[in-house]
Design a protein around this ligand. Structure first.
Ligand code: TXA
Ligand code: MG
Length: 317
């Protein structure tokens, strides 16, 4: 298994020599490599079993550094970066040729983000290159929100996991691109739509069921646990699946069933987001057959939580 620790010097040594290191971020853990090194990036695709049409996000320590890798930053993108970086926001911008084609999956754009985790921020500041890092899970599975999640699935394939504790936000970054001047959200995530629209006005939300997506995070069946997950009214579903061994995932209510995880007893959507992925992993490890999940209110991070539940329910089985 991989070694888990907080040694930035060790992480830097591995990255400098073209190896992979798992890194903590406020959203989810990433599987990082030197973003300017195509052969290091090839290892990321291999370890994750990720198709090459799925581009990687490039992580930088600050907005200043982002200018080195993109040809232009439109006014609305600049406003977003100034207000929400470091934070759970990825901007899709026109790339410079210094970003290898493998990293951007042949697109002329690159997804770029400045993460808010202090350990990873310090690491990024000591490096002479940005870090390409997709979520540190096998392709299609739920993203990791703790070092142990990474170790469970990828520990045999990588040497070192930088441990920054549980991810504070718990959902992947919100991805925003631009079609002409129009901002488009490619993936709902840890930065709410309301916060974005308050700053730059109405944005277009891309549909999530495309089979030929601009952003594979839009694939309908993605972010899925191994167990069958069904969504809807909990009481109805419990009746419908009577006789099966059930795991019940609720927002805030206690349904008094055996295997139940309440995402936030106080009804906080931020807390529910933080707990969602580890709850799905817990159910995958439990002796149950079906996960029953209810949707949360469609506001704030609720939109992204429901999006992940919908995708989880269309299954990787
Ligand atoms: O919070 C996050 O974004 C985490 C942490 C580690 O930063 N990363 C993450 O990466 O979720 P990943 O690879 O699991 O998901 C990245 C998504 C993919 O669906 C990818 O297609 C999309 O970002 N993406 C990357 N570059 C893009 C581009 N140029 N145009 C459109 N979508 C892009
Ligand atoms: Mg991912």
């Amino acid at each position: 298994m991989a070694e888990i620790g907080t040694d930035i010097t060790r992480a830097k040594m591995l990255l400098d020599s073209g190896e992979l290191v798992a890194i903590p971020t406020e959203t989810v853990y990433g599987l990082a490599c030197n973003a300017l090194d195509a052969s290091a990036a090839a290892k990321v695709f291999a370890v994750k079993n990720r198709p090459e049409f799925d581009p990687l996000i490039v992580h930088v320590p600050d907005l200043q550094r982002a200018h080195s890798y993109v040809t232009a930053i439109p006014a609305k993108a600049k406003l977003l970066a100034e207000n929400f970086w470091p934070g759970p926001l990825t901007l899709v911008l026109q790339k410079k040729s210094l970003i290898p084609d493998l990293v951007s999956a042949g697109l002329d754009t690159v997804g770029i983000r400045c993460p808010a985790h202090p350990l990873t921020k310090r690491l990024l500041e000591t490096l002479e290159y940005p870090l390409a890092a997709p979520s540190a899970n096998p392709f299609g599975y739920v993203s990791p929100t703790a070092a142990t999640h990474v170790n469970d699935q990828l520990g045999r394939k990588i040497e070192y996991i930088l441990d920054g504790g549980p991810s504070f936000i718990g959902l992947e970054s919100t991805i925003v691109g631009f079609e002409g001047d129009i901002p488009v959200v490619y993936r709902l995530g840890g930065l709410s739509l309301e916060s974005i629209e308050e700053l730059i006005g109405t944005v277009r939300l891309m549909s999530h069921s495309s089979s030929n997506p601009r952003s594979p995070g839009q694939l309908k069946s993605h972010y899925s646990p191994m167990k069958t997950l069904v969504t809807g009214d909990v009481n109805t579903l419990i009746k419908q699946y009577q006789g099966k061994r059930l795991g019940v995932l609720t927002f805030k209510d206690d349904y008094n069933t055996g295997q139940q995880i309440i995402l936030s007893a106080t009804g906080s959507l931020d807390e529910a987001a933080r707990n969602l992925f580890s709850a799905l992993r817990t159910f995958d490890e439990m002796d149950i057959e079906i996960i029953i999940a209810e949707f949360v209110p469609e506001t704030g991070l609720g939109l992204a939580i429901n999006d992940r539940l919908r995708r989880a329910s269309s299954g990787l089985r």
